[in-house]
Design a protein around this ligand. Structure first.
Ligand code: HEM
Length: 448
């Protein structure tokens, strides 16, 4: 492909035009970015450097690559990049007014209130709810061969029903689960317009069902205080007395369930995979869990499982559940001497950064010790490890995620040893969020 500039640089400007190429007619580079995102970005980085453009999903997209670019986009000095402008194209119809799709002052207002639902006491309450439910959920797993992905999806969905919504929803919880699954799947529909019975229109219907069911429940939730997330959003109040309206609560609930569900499931799936391939690590974590001497974790126990923290960081490096983050410029911008016009779609790519040999020695290797205090390879650059993003929109649920991953993995480690056949390599479907194409088959064997 021959390089063409993205746009003409304004007369008299000393800036350079962004180099790049459209890729194939009509589809651009969409298919290669879905098939092999890291290989495709490596090729572009080697060809054009950290700034280039191509055509993806029918849009001209500027790819800003590497830790410096991550820092530039995520810190967003001068408010150059809109989250709404980037994400709305992909998930707006189903997750509009979710906090990640808000910008600048309005986003800060919502984030201040939402923060009240993620304080330490709130997290302690969620863990207390979650812990026995994890035990019940895992008790339904058989010994022997299982597919990890669908099992974990069911478990995290059941946990979300209780911890996010509150169990008193009873039979309505099942309708919410169904509607929720349809809504989330719609974001990855290939046909991006409503055809009855297909993903997109099922997603729109799912969104309407969720809105209705959550809205009906709000008066009861506002009337009493409980330790589920829905309740926390209904009661969250800042020191200045700011609170969410009913519409805000509905929009945030729908978004939060989505933000938490697949991301945590993918992280756990990758931990299962890596620990199956690295039995020495599996044994090390099991020994740590056994030393704790109990099945259910309390919040204070989380720090006693440092091995899981290291392994989780490494699993998130090797497979960033949110592989790239879109933005759109709200004014003309400049990066490393390149001219980025107003209205340009941008992506930055944690998935790619995490495999850059320039920053991560032997990047393909599962090596949790690279995050240990005496090595801290992630410190090579503050934006080299960015599975949770950074800046104003940095994941608000990162401690929640760590807590849930630890609470689940701890119980699994105590109950089973698991393995994959020698030489097994997990085939990853990267058409949307990265998941194993085969669901990750493993064999569970009782460990006590
Ligand atoms: C390992 C699990 C998770 C990963 C890898 C992850 C990743 C991310 C990333 C990359 C962003 C930034 C998006 C951007 O800047 O465009 C984000 C934002 C967000 N995440 Fe997570 N997330 C995880 C778990 C969770 C959980 C468990 C929750 C809630 C309980 C959550 C709630 C959110 C919210 C509300 C935002 C938007 C924050 C804002 O815009 O201010 N996430 N997450």
């Amino acid at each position: 492909m021959s390089a063409t500039p993205l746009a003409r640089v304004p007369d008299g400007s000393a800036l350079k035009p962004i180099p790049g190429d459209r890729g194939w007619p009509l589809i651009g580079n969409t298919l290669s970015s879905m098939r092999d995102p890291i290989g495709m970005l490596r090729h572009r980085y080697d060809t054009y450097g950290p700034v280039s453009w191509t055509s993806l999903f029918g849009l001209r997209m500027v790819q800003l690559l590497g830790p410096d670019a991550n820092q530039f986009v995520l810190l967003n000095r001068g408010s150059l990049f809109s989250n709404h402008g980037g994400w709305d194209f992909f998930i707006g119809p189903f997750f509009h007014r979710g906090i990640m799709l808000l910008d600048f002052e309005e986003h800060r207002w919502h984030r201040r209130i939402m923060q009240q639902a993620f304080t330490r006491p709130a997290l302690e309450g969620y863990l207390a709810r979650m812990s026995p439910r994890i035990g019940e959920g895992l008790a339904r797993w058989p010994d022997g061969p299982i597919q990890v992905l669908p099992r974990l999806k069911q478990l995290t969905l059941d946990l979300a029903t209780d911890v996010f919504m509150g169990s008193e929803l009873g039979p309505r919880a099942q309708r919410i689960n169904r509607a929720f699954v349809d809504t989330v799947r719609a974001g990855t529909a290939l046909l991006r317009f409503p055809v009855p019975g297909l993903r997109w229109s099922r997603g729109l219907k799912g969104r309407r069902v969720l809105e209705e069911l959550f809205r009906e429940e709000i008066p009861a939730k506002r009337a009493r205080q409980d330790n589920d997330l829905f309740s926390a959003l209904c009661h969250a109040t800042t020191e200045d007395g700011e609170r969410f309206s009913d519409d805000d609560v509905v929009n945030h609930m729908i978004f939060l369930m989505m933000a938490a569900h697949d991301t945590t499931t993918i992280t756990l799936t990758n931990l299962f995979y890596q620990l199956a391939r690295n039995p020495d690590w599996q044994e090390r974590l099991r020994a740590e869990s056994r030393a704790l001497g109990k099945d259910g974790l309390d919040y204070g126990d989380l720090e006693s499982l440092p091995g899981i923290s290291l392994a989780m960081k490494e699993a998130l490096r090797l497979c960033a559940p949110v592989p790239s983050l879109p933005r759109r410029t709200v004014r003309d911008a400049e990066y490393q001497g390149y001219y980025i016009p107003e209205g340009t779609f941008i992506t930055m790519a944690p998935y790619f950064t995490h495999y850059m040999e320039e920053y991560w020695p032997d990047p393909e290797r599962f090596d949790p010790e690279r995050f240990a205090e005496d090595r801290r390879e992630d410190k090579v650059h503050p934006y080299a490890w960015v599975p949770f993003g950074g800046g104003a929109h940095k994941c608000i649920g990162l401690h929640f995620a760590e807590m849930q991953v630890k609470a689940i993995l701890h119980r699994v480690l105590l109950r089973w040893r698991w393995s994959v056949p020698a030489g097994y390599e997990m085939p990853v479907d990267t058409t949307s969020l990265p998941v194993p194409k085969d669901g990750l088959p493993v064999t569970l064997e009782r460990s006590r």
